[in-house]
Every structure is written in structure tokens, then in C-alpha cells.
Design a protein around this ligand. Sequence first.
Ligand code: AMP
Length: 481
Amino acid sequence: MNERSFDEYHLSDEIKRALDVLKYENPTEVQIEVIPRALENQDLVVKSQTGSGKTASFGIPICENIEWEEKKPQALILTPTRELAAQVREDITNIGRFKRIKAMAVYGKEPFSKQREELKQKTHVVVGTPGRVIDHIERETLVLDNIKYLIIDEADEMLNMGFINKVETILKELPTNRVTMVFSATLPKDVETLCHKYMIEPKNIEIASTGITTDTIEHGLFEVREEGKIPLLKDITVVENPDSCIIFCNTKEHVNTVYNELEESGYSCEKLHGGLEQESRFAVMDGFKMGNFRYLIATDVAARGIDIDNVSLIINYDIPMEKESYVHRTGRTGRAGKEGKALTFETPHDGKYLKAIERYIGFEIPTVEAPKRHEVIKGQAAFDEKISGRRVVRNNKTARINQDILKLHFSGGKKKKIRAVDLVGTIANIPGVTAEDIGIITIQDSLSYVDILNGKGSVVLQAMETTTIKGKKLKVTPAIK
Ligand code: AMP
């Protein structure tokens, strides 16, 4: 264990208080390297994986150095995906909570006008995907005059997704007396070239650990034929009986198949793929974070950069076709020192993908045998008991930091076919309210409870007087505790 402490950085009391609530006791390796240099405004190129604590490594110095009185944005953070933008915004908001740092996310598929209105207010940090950031720059709704920090997060993924030219366009628009930090799991040539062109004597930092470890993650490989995957999946889940589990598939068709199978067998599960509306994607992510269900079946959209506390089991129902994807998927478990398991299904056609993955991660994934009949029978009772209970999330950082919560009672539930997604969709549509203001949702037969965070309870209560859910008018009242 490292004995370093955040005290070395002489952070302000507001930031220290947030780190305390977030339970960040000691800086991680990337934070030890990045924080002091970023506080001194040095340009940095950082090679590190997701899960290493990299977001806080730039989030802490940015929040510390921001001038609260200044109305125009002072930091711009570019991310390759909307989910990551939302995640980074949440992390920055948490770190800057007691300094009242306002961070907002801008990305496509969300009304431009809503973001434009928000950008008119005081905004300290803007987190966004390159395309939408350019839209805002071109339409002069995002003012860059005062940007002092530019962060390019997951630069290699920007390149993979064809965004690197857009990043360059943005770089050309920014004030030159800024600090630039680039974070990337790998450093492809094009990324390096970009760094040389637009950064001032950047310091290279390389965090040795790849984020893929055999210390905290146990890896295993099952050889199986395509048609044997579903029965194997069910047997594994019974024997492993995880508190939380993500099942990764390569296509949305497979996600649907697995979801339907598990749902029919009574698993508490939801699905996530790119074909779903953005709102429902966020609702599902939030529901998983909050512990509303135990099994998430997803394509890779869910794998990148998403910070879900403590997923205990990852199953690669389909072997990832891109080697990097294996690292990102399995990086959802074994986080921040906790233990996790990553199990991969390999069909006879998957050999070349497996070889590429093993070369990339630097070790062979050990083959394990499918659970035996008697093991499944032995585990069944404990499995049935867990699946009928609700997941308990002990460590939700955002919930801890947002203590002003109002629990609302809705006069409808399962019998009216109300689902968490419907409640979130409706509530997040209320002006001034976002999916992040919605906490734990409990749906019973004829009533539901929704926690409204961030002091937005009264806004929701008022709006629900005239709003329907799935076309139904429900009575909404503060819940009696
Ligand atoms: P990231 O690499 O930014 O995705 O962060 C990985 C996880 O580590 C997230 O759940 C962070 O909230 C958590 N984390 C970041 N810094 C620390 C720290 N110093 N101590 C404990 N957990 C941390």
C-alpha cells in the first residue's frame, strides 16, 4: 500500500472535504504523478488505463485552480463517448461540490437549445464529445476565451472513432496560454504527433500497471459451442451468484436474446446497447449504479470509462473482437483494490481473437471447466434467495455527496406496467431536472418510490401535478418515512 497522502498537495478545504466524503484516502499512482504537476500548470501526456483514478488526477487540480467568480468556462474536457462525458461531469461535480463548481456535459442526441441555455449560466467546466463541442463553438454558444485547461481523455479512442481531426479543429480555436493534458491507454503515432504540435514541452508520464491485473481480477476461459452458451451462462450465474454482473455481447441481437432468456427465468436484469434512446441508456446505467437490478446485459457502449462501483462478475458472452475491448470490459471489475472475476466464452471460431487478446494483455487466460451438475444444484437455493432480493449498493459516491434527497411516492407500480425507465424518462424531462437528480427507484405492485436528489424534490413534485407517465396520471406525494 502506498502511504502517500492528499495533504502533500495543500488543497483547499472544500476539495479536501469532498475527497473525504468520496473516501479517496490516498492518491493512486496516476494521481501521485499528475496532481502536483497539473497544479503547477505543466503540459502532460499520460499513459494510463481507465480504472486507475485518472479522472480525479485531472479533476482535483482543475477544481482546485478554478476561479469560482469567473463566469466563462475555464476547463474543457474532450471525451470520445457521451457516457464517458456524463461520467466525467459527475466526477468533477462531486470533487467540486463544496467549492460549488459547475460542470456541464455537451454531447449529441440531446437538444442543442437545452445545452445553449445552460451554457449561458455560469459554467466552470465543460465536458463534451468533439462533434457537439465544435457545434457550440461554431454557433458561438461556447466561449473559449478563458479556457485555461484542455483535457483530451482517451485520446487513442478518439483516433479509433475518427475524431482526431475534430480534436485538432478544437485545439486551433483555444487560447495558446492554456495547459493541455492528454490521457490515453496507448499512444499511437497520430496521437503523439498531435501532442508535439500543440503542447509545450509536455512531460510524459507512464503508469506501469496496465489496469489489467491478475492481482485483483481472476480471469477464466470457458470453451463452448454457440448453442451451449445460454445453459452455460445460467449455470455460471448460479454457481458464482454475483452481487452484480455485466454480461457483454458483441451485437445488440445477442443482447436481446440473452436479456429475454434471463428475464424469462426471473433474473433481475436490464439491457444496454446503442440502439436504445440516450435517455433510456442513462436510466439503465443509473439503475445499475443504484442497485435496482443485478444483471446488466450490454454491448461495448457500456464498457468504456463507465464508473460503476464494484461489479463483482464480468462475463464475455461473446469474445471481444478487438483486443483493447477485453481490457475495457474486464476493467469494470476489480476496481480500486476490490476483487473481481472476468469469465470469457470461447467458441471454436474464436481462436484468433483470443490469441490477439492474450498477446495484448501479456498472459494466457486459464481455461476453466464448466460448472458440474452437482455444483449447480448445490448453489441453487442461495442463488434463488439472492435473485429475489434487492441489490444493496454500499458505496455510491454521488449519493453520499448529495444528501438533500426527497423521497416521492407515486400511486402506480408494476400492475400499471410502470418501469424504472418510464419514471426516469418522465422525471428527467421536467425542465431543470436531469437523470442525475434521480436516485433509488423502488417499484412495488401498485405504488413506486423515487428518490429525488440535489434538492430538486419540490420541482418534481410540482411538475408531476400536470405530467403523465406512460399516458397515465399518477398521484405523487412526499413519502412518509
Ligand atoms: P477512473 O480511472 O477515473 O475511472 O477511476 C476509477 C475508480 O477509482 C473510480 O471509481 C474512482 O471514483 C475511484 N478513485 C479515484 N481516485 C481514488 C482514490 N484516490 N482513492 C480511492 N478511489 C479512487
